[in-house]
Design a protein around this ligand. Structure first.
Ligand code: AMP
Length: 282
């Protein structure tokens, strides 16, 4: 496995791999890799011939400088994890955007609510970095975690709308044994906060279980689920249409997702689960 830090070298590597008929897979990350990222690598590994993990803390997708500044950077450990998981390249650009860079991509409706509302400019940053990563790595497929469900929906829309030649693969959320979704931000929780953090997935699972028992009223699902929460603040806890991310009043045959964002001290946690069916996505 090699580490590539220059855009030009990444482009050349990808052109050579493509010329040999290899299908290239991309796992876009911001580093601080954990078992959730490893599961993304494993999901994509057998669908492609060459696998690139990008590690780039994208300043465009942060709305708060202190969040960007404190984002964990652990490149040596990340590289080891990628090697162990069978990646061919870790692409960790020192400077990713070219001089004079002035392009941004906005995906509209699907990015407008929830994370889009709470983190202004976030999805513009995500869409822009993804489009450039797809270009520089020349990937044929890219994998995204369901953990960031709205991000996955935004990337699907981006790829469909711009007809980008990239297959978007979704990977299920990897969780700790108490249900907490793995996240690079979990390390900021205090020991007491870490215990309380499990209540976020507990709330989702409770709503999911009630739906499985036949409860279709969304207000009831959220109200009952919220009783499990032990957090300092809830940014949102909703049941949405899984394709358009619009709020639902009652469950129906349409695939739905319970989504939540909550805070414990300074740490913001997001999570979601399927409620009812899953897919189709187009
Ligand atoms: P990040 O480095 O946190 O920006 O995430 C990079 C990719 O890993 C995104 O596609 C995330 O959705 C995915 N990811 C992060 N945490 C998890 C998890 N617990 N399970 C599955 N995928 C995850």
């Amino acid at each position: 496995m090699e580490r590539i830090v220059e855009n030009e070298r990444m482009v050349a590597w990808s052109a050579a791999a493509s010329a040999q008929g290899h299908r290239i897979g991309l796992v876009p990350t911001m580093g601080a890799l954990h078992a959730g990222h490893t599961s993304l690598i494993q999901t994509l590994r057998n669908q492609v011939d060459r696998l690139v993990v990008s590690v780039f803390v994208n300043p465009l997708q942060f709305d708060e400088t202190h969040d960007l500044d404190r984002y964990p950077r652990t490149l040596d450990a990340d590289e080891q994890r990628c090697r162990d998981a069978g990646a061919d390249v870790v692409f960790a650009p020192q400077s990713f955007y070219p001089d004079g860079f002035q392009t941004s991509i906005s995906v509209h409706e699907v990015a407008a609510r929830w994370e889009g509302e709470h983190r202004l400019g976030h999805f513009q940053g995500v869409a822009t970095v993804c489009a450039r990563l797809f270009g520089v790595t020349g990937c044929h497929a890219a994998v995204f975690g369901e953990k960031d469900f709205q991000q996955l929906a935004v990337v699907r829309r981006l790829v469909a709308d711009l007809h980008l030649p990239v297959v978007v693969v979704a990977a299920p959320t990897a969780r700790e044994s108490d249900g907490l979704a793995m996240s690079s931000r979990n390390r900021f929780l205090s020991p007491a906060g870490r215990l309380r953090a499990a209540s976020v997935s507990a709330a989702l699972f409770h709503a999911q279980a009630l739906a499985a028992q036949g409860e279709a009223d969304v207000h009831t699902l959220v109200e009952q689920g919220a009783k499990k929460l032990d957090v300092d603040a809830v940014d949102y806890f909703e049941v949405v249409d899984a394709l358009h991310l619009t709020p639902m009043q009652r469950l129906s045959a349409t695939p739905a997702r319970a989504i939540i964002a909550a805070r414990i001290a300074q740490t913001r946690l997001i999570d979601n689960v399927a409620i009812g069916g899953d897919g189709p996505w187009t």
